[in-house]
Write a protein that binds this ligand. Structure first.
Ligand code: MLT
Length: 334
């Protein structure tokens, strides 16, 4: 698939296919929360290439990076209303619309890329796709895998929960993440993703957490100097389509869209495996200092799992939903 992506990635082949496209050709608008060079853009490009291929060049899509089409949470509303075709955004910005998705954002729930692939691509992922459709009018078509959300800040090395106490940390408007920082003794600052760079730059907040690839694509190294290798959230980023737009397509076109989502998901996992280490090295070359949490992160883990998990059993559909997910990745039930 990567060979095909490279072939379709050239302007010439795309232009030729689009020129040959029928009058009903569509150029879908795809909102992307992050900047260039991240997993969201990689997923989006792979999706467009596969869509062009699957529809024989009839349909394509254009990516609007850096939240140009609105904050990530706004794009869910817009897609639900049929005002936007597609969006690629972080899972934590879908949870407020469909709380059962929160099972994948409980701290220290997913411990590797393999866990994320197993959960998103198996029966649990399918159930979450159905729940999201029911609750928020958008259909999840594929997933970008972005790695663990590491903590960055502009002030000092952080290795213990105590080190966190005097930092002002931005979090998404996500109840589970807010509760996690509270469990660590910090009152975090909820802020939309589209406002976060400015918040860090002006010092309204000292730090935030996101994966290495996202830190790179958002150029956070320009305004943040320290990184802590927290592993509390493995970030996954769904590609969603407006259900109104999806239902407006023929059965054949719907299948082409679904298949393109699957192809893009597979590409995304490979992209993370190939890029994360390299990108981490670039951030170090640019001056970011990386620390590991003390004592194998045990204090962070104990506080987050014991205090946060039980608060969200109801919203994820009961503790049995958590236990199903834990069983799927070979972990003991709670
Ligand atoms: C957030 O922190 O709001 C999201 O993780 C941003 C993203 O889409 O990368």
């Amino acid at each position: 698939f990567i060979g095909k992506l490279a072939r379709f990635g050239t302007a010439v082949s795309l232009a030729a296919l689009i020129a040959a496209a029928p009058a009903s050709a569509k150029n879908f608008k795809i909102a992307v929360g992050d900047g260039a060079g991240g997993t969201q853009e990689a997923l989006g490009k792979a999706f467009v290439a596969a869509l062009v291929e699957n529809t024989g060049g009839a349909h394509t899509g254009t990516l609007f990076l850096n939240g140009q089409l609105g904050s990530e949470q706004d794009t869910v509303n817009d897609a639900a209303m049929g005002l936007l075709d597609f969006s690629i955004l972080a899972i934590n910005n879908v949870t407020p619309f469909s709380p059962s998705v929160g099972v994948l954002t409980l701290p220290y729930m997913m411990l590797s890329l393999e866990d994320a692939e197993t959960l998103t691509q198996g029966p649990i992922g399918q159930e979450l796709v159905e729940n999201t459709l029911r609750d928020s009018g958008v259909r999840i078509l594929g997933w970008a895998y972005s790695g663990f959300r590491v903590l960055t800040n502009s002030k000092k090395p952080v290795t213990t929960v105590a080190d966190l106490q005097d930092l002002v940390v931005r979090v998404p408007k996500n109840e589970i993440m807010i509760a996690t920082y509270k469990a660590w003794g910090v009152n975090p600052t909820p802020m939309a993703w589209s406002e976060t760079f400015a918040g860090l730059q002006t010092g309204v907040v000292d730090g935030q957490d996101n994966p290495y690839i996202t830190v790179y694509s958002m150029k956070f190294d320009e305004v943040q100097s320290h990184v802590t290798n927290l592993r509390y959230l493995f970030s996954i980023e769904p590609l969603i389509v407006s259900e109104a737009v999806f239902q407006g397509l023929s059965e054949e076109e719907q299948q082409a869209v679904l298949d393109a989502g699957q192809a893009a998901t597979e590409f995304s996992a490979q992209y993370l495996r190939e890029q994360e280490e390299q990108i981490k090295n670039v951030l170090v070359e640019r001056g970011m200092q990386i620390s590991d949490p003390a004592d194998g992160e045990q204090e962070f883990i104990d506080l987050a799992t014991s205090e946060v998990w039980p608060q969200f059993y109801d919203s994820i559909g009961g503790v049995e939903k958590l236990n199903e997910a834990l069983a799927a990745i070979g972990r003991d039930p709670v």
